[in-house]
Design a protein around this ligand. Structure first.
Ligand code: PMT
Length: 405
C-alpha cells in the first residue's frame, strides 16, 4: 500500500494538493490516495467532474478529510471557485484522467470546473490516465498526452492488464503507489538532481545446499526508504536489492540478487556510471565453503553437522578502493557496542565520506523494525545525531545531512 513504512515521508506535512477526479470505474481508488496523503499531513481539496459523481460522491471525500469538494462552474455563490486551486494548492493531480478529460486539458477547454481549474493553475500538474486500451493508443489521445508533457504535465502512464470491460492491454489506472509517489515528487525539492545513486539494500542469502542458507533479519526497509527519498529528490537511482526488499517505483532501476557475490557483481557493473554510493545492505560477511545444489539429507549430514565458512567480498570496501574524486560514498555501521569508534573505523577502512552508525539490537532500532535511530559521522569527525523516527523520515534526514554539511 502507498502508506507502507518506506514510503511514509512526514516532510510533506502542511503541503496543499488539489485532486481532480474524472468519471471512471477506477475513481474509487482516489479515496485510498486521499486517505494516505492525509496521513502525511497534506491538505487535499477535490473536484469531481459530473461523470465522476456517478461513480463516487462528494460525501466520501469530505468524510475522509478533504478540505473542500468543488461542484460545477456557477454552482453556488463562489464565482471564483475555478481560480482557487491555482491560488491555494502547491500541485494538482488529475485521475483517473479519461480520454475526454485529457482532450479538454490539451485543448485548454474551460467549459467545466476541473479543466477550468487546471487551466488557471500554474503549479506542477500530474495526470494519471485510465481508459480502454484502444482509446489510450488512439493517435488523438497519444497526441494530447504528448502535448501535455511538452507543457510540463507529469504523466503516470496506464498499466497493462485486464480492463473493466474484460479486454487486455494498456489502460488500467497505474498502481496507486506510483501515483502517490509521482505526486510527492512534484512537491519535493530536486536537490539530488544530477546525481546517480547506487544503493544496496536488504540481506544476502548464502546457500549451503539446495534449500538452506545463512542470512540475517534485514528486510531492506532502510535501504528502500533511502532509495525512494533520493528518487523523490531528483536522483537517478540504481538499487541492488537482497531478498525481501520492499516494492520500489518503476523509476528506480532495481536488480534483485541473493548472494554477496551477486550483489558485488551488480554493484561493480553500476559503479562507474554513479556519482554516489550508499551501502545499507546487511551483507553476510561469510558464506559456506561448500555449496550443493541438492537438499542434503539428514542421513548424510549426521548429528550436529559443522558448517565451514569462508570470507565474502566486502562490497563497500571494494568500491571504496575504486572511488574517484568525483564519487562519494556513504556506508552504514551496524553495531551493538562502541558505536562511534567502530563506525569511524569502518568509515576509514571503506574509504567512505560519511558513515551512518546504527546501534542495532535496541527495541525499535535497526533490523526488522519500522523505525530507526542513527548518528551520522563525516570524514572530518563532525557528528549529527538523529532522533528515533520512522525509517522514511530517517532516510530523508540522512540526505539533508549529506547535502548540507
Ligand atoms: O534492512 P532493515 O531491516 O531495514 O535494517 C536496516 C539495517 C539495520 C540493515 C541498516 O540500517 C544497517 O545498519 N545496515 C548495515 C548493515 C551491516 O551489515 O553493517 P556492517 O557494519 O556489517 O557493514 C558496514 C558497511 O559495509 C555497510 O555499509 C555494509 O553494507 C557494508 N558491507 C559489509 C560487509 C560486506 N561484505 N560488504 C559490504 O558492503
Amino acid at each position: 500500500m502507498p502508506g507502507s513504512p518506506h514510503l511514509k515521508f512526514n516532510y510533506f506535512a502542511g503541503r496543499k494538493l488539489h485532486l481532480g477526479v474524472c468519471g471512471s470505474v477506477a475513481a474509487f481508488k482516489t479515496l485510498e490516495l486521499l486517505r494516505v496523503w492525509k496521513t502525511l499531513g497534506i491538505t487535499v481539496s477535490v473536484t469531481l467532474t459530473a461523470a465522476a459523481r456517478e461513480f463516487v460522491t462528494p460525501l466520501s471525500y469530505l468524510s475522509l478529510g478533504a478540505s473542500k469538494v468543488y461542484g460545477e462552474m456557477l454552482d453556488g455563490d463562489d464565482v471564483f471557485a475555478h481560480l482557487e486551486p491555482g491560488r491555494l494548492a502547491d500541485a494538482m493531480a488529475i485521475l483517473p484522467a479519461t480520454a475526454s478529460a485529457v482532450s479538454r486539458l490539451a485543448a485548454g477547454d474551460a467549459s467545466e470546473m476541473l479543466s477550468a481549474q487546471a487551466l488557471a493553475c500554474d503549479r506542477p500538474k500530474l495526470i494519471a490516465p485510465a481508459m480502454h486500451p484502444r482509446m489510450w493508443l488512439n493517435p488523438a489521445t497519444q497526441a494530447n498526452c504528448k502535448l501535455l508533457r511538452e507543457r510540463g504535465f507529469h504523466v503516470v502512464e496506464p498499466a497493462f492488464g485486464r480492463t473493466a470491460c474484460g479486454e487486455e492491454g494498456q489502460g488500467r489506472l497505474a498502481d496507486i503507489r506510483e501515483i502517490y509517489l509521482a505526486t510527492l515528487r512534484m512537491l519535493a525539492p530536486a536537490d539530488l538532481a544530477g546525481r546517480t545513486l547506487l544503493i544496496t539494500a536488504g540481506p544476502t542469502r548464502e546457500f549451503w545446499d539446495g534449500v538452506r542458507f545463512v542470512s540475517n533479519p534485514s528486510f531492506g526497509l532502510m535501504g528502500a526508504a533511502l532509495a525512494v527519498a533520493a528518487w523523490l529528490r531528483g536522483a537517478e537511482v540504481k538499487a541492488v536489492c537482497g531478498p525481501g526488499t520492499p516494492w520500489l517505483p518503476a523509476g528506480i532501476e532495481r536488480i534483485n540478487v541473493e548472494s554477496a557475490a551477486e550483489m558485488l557483481a551488480a554493484c561493480q557493473n553500476f559503479w562507474p556510471s554513479c556519482s554516489l554510493g550508499c551501502f545499507t545492505a546487511a551483507v553476510c560477511d561469510y558464506r559456506p565453503l561448500e555449496q550443493g545444489a541438492e537438499k542434503l539429507k539428514k542421513e548424510w549430514l549426521g548429528d550436529s553437522p559443522v558448517l565451514r565458512l569462508t570470507n565474502n567480498p566486502d562490497i563497500a570496501a571494494a568500491l571504496g578502493r575504486l572511488k574517484t574524486e568525483a564519487q562519494h560514498s556513504i556506508v552504514f555501521a551496524a553495531e551493538t557496542s562502541n558505536i562511534r569508534q567502530n563506525a569511524i573505523k569502518k568509515l576509514a577502512s571503506k574509504n567512505a565520506d560519511m558513515v551512518v552508525a546504527n546501534m542495532v539490537g535496541k527495541p525499535g532500532v535497526g533490523f526488522e523494525s519500522e523505525s530507526n535511530q542513527v548518528t551520522i559521522i563525516r570524514k572530518n569527525g563532525e557528528a549529527t545525531e538523529l532522533p528515533m523516527s520512522g525509517k522514511a523520515d530517517v532516510a530523508w534526514r540522512i540526505w539533508d545531512v549529506f547535502l548540507n554539511p
